[in-house]
Design a protein around this ligand. Structure first.
Ligand code: FES
Length: 109
C-alpha cells in the first residue's frame, strides 16, 4: 500500500533563528525545526533512548543534535545515532519563499 503524506505549514523562515531549536506540534507529531546555516531540518523532539521529549534542549554540533539527558547524538539529516543507538524520526522539509512546510505521513490505513 503506498504511503501518502501532506505538507503542513509549521513556521515562517524569518522566525527561525540560526542554530536555535523551534518546537512545533502538528497533531500527534512533536517536531523540532533547526535552522543551520540557512538549511532547515525537522526532527522529532523525542529521543530514542528513553523516549524523553528533550531534543529541543539539546546541544547542536555541526549537523548533529545531542540529547541533554544522556548524550545520545543524532544526525539531523538522517536521524541515525552517531553516539548511542538507533535513530530518531526526521521529517522532510520544504521551504517556499518564507513559508516552512513539513511532510506529515498520513496515518489512516
Ligand atoms: S533520553 Fe536521550 S540520551 Fe537518554
Amino acid at each position: 500500500m503506498p504511503m501518502s503524506s501532506r505538507l503542513v505549514p509549521v513556521a515562517r523562515l524569518s522566525d527561525l533563528r540560526e542554530s536555535r531549536a523551534r518546537r512545533v506540534v502538528v497533531e500527534d507529531h512533536e517536531i523540532v525545526l533547526w535552522n543551520i546555516g540557512g538549511r532547515v531540518f525537522a526532527t522529532t523532539n523525542v529521543c530514542s533512548h528513553q523516549h524523553v521529549a528533550a531534543l529541543h534542549e539539546g546541544i547542536l554540533e555541526g549537523l548533529t543534535i545531542s540529547c541533554p539527558m544522556h548524550g545520545w547524538t543524532y544526525s539531523l539529516e538522517t536521524g541515525i545515532a552517531v553516539r548511542g543507538d538507533g535513530r530518531i524520526r526526521v521529517y522532510t522539509v520544504t521551504v517556499t519563499g518564507n513559508d516552512v512546510f513539513v511532510e506529515i505521513p498520513e496515518t489512516t490505513s
